[in-house]
Design a protein around this ligand. Sequence first.
Ligand code: HEC
Ligand code: HEC
Length: 315
Amino acid sequence: MKKIKRPPLLFKILIVAIVLFAAAQFIRPKLNNPPVTGDFKAPNDVKNIVVRACYDCHSNETYLRWYDKISPGFWQVAEHVKDGRSHLNFSKWDSLAPADQKEKLWEVVNQVAGGAMPVKSYEFVHPSTKISPNDLAVLKKYVAGMAQSHPGDTAKINAADKQYKQWQNVKPAVNLPQAANGITYNPDYKNWQPISTTERFDNGTMRVIFGNDVAVKAIKENNIRPWPNGTIFAKVAWDQLEDMDGNITTGAFKQVEYMIKDDKKYASTKGWGWARFKTPKMVPYGKNAMFATECVDCHKPLKDEDFVFTRPIKN
Ligand code: HEC
Ligand code: HEC
């Protein structure tokens, strides 16, 4: 008897894979380029960087390479573009109010500086979208140039000094304000260690980020991905003022924001408890607990860094 030779298993798997791959080509999410209604305007060097690195996902001028059009990769590209456009669309730039444009540009600088944008998996297959340190410097300089500065506002500086002194002396209150998700204002942060300071170019505020003991220990031990439970950050913002000699000082107190790490208690908001208290009266921000969605959404691109923007300065 002659034995009939069966095709080896691997060969069968390959055939199935080829059939599936071919079939996948017929499944095509809709992805088109709607008209550009009000394009982003900026000096050429800035615009070129943004077009090259960001327009594929943040404009109606998405440029698909041939390999982008092959499913299943195409499905992911289409998803990125849909999601990217819904967050930020440079083709509809004119529909944003000037203040919102500045705010978006500030976010642009932060997302790029934080390493969240352009989306890393995309950058890997599209090396042309890479942002070099020099590109980032160009973007930063452009956005910094938009800050309004009012040199020599002595009255404001004096008022701010007075407020700062009061702020330093606040006695721990009995009825501490509470945010809609139950997080209470915590005055302790004034004794924590500053981890980083940033300037917000777009609206002229200055901020300091404080970390509690758990945060400081985690930084020393480089145990920050994820941050351990018990970590707390407080981000404090003041107006930024400039005196006659061009020195930058802090102005009026604006707000303090917290992120409190507890991966069980705050599982529904990415393992962090979020809260913001505004003005020296510490008015809690947010009508109901849903306000935290806003915080999470903007911090989400940093998910590989446990949702934290700040890169602690190592000492
Ligand atoms: C591969 C597609 C892709 C590329 C390229 C890309 N982004 Fe994004 N971007 C996204 C997606 C998707 C989101 C939504 C992210 C999320 O929620 O996790 C986003 C979110 C953002 C946000 C937050 C916007 C908001 O208001 O919530 C900013 C800012 C941003 N991107 C800036 C940039 C910049 C600047 C570049 C170019 C240097 C860039 N992106 C390149 C896909 C992309
Ligand atoms: C529009 C984007 C955006 C939104 C919305 C947002 N943040 Fe942030 N947050 C940032 C950026 C950017 C930083 C980095 C520090 C800086 O440059 O100010 C930051 C930093 C922080 C920090 C310091 C730790 C870190 O991640 O670096 C805390 C705490 C914080 N945010 C709390 C909040 C809370 C609470 C909310 C919601 C009430 C919120 N944030 C909403 C963008 C945002």
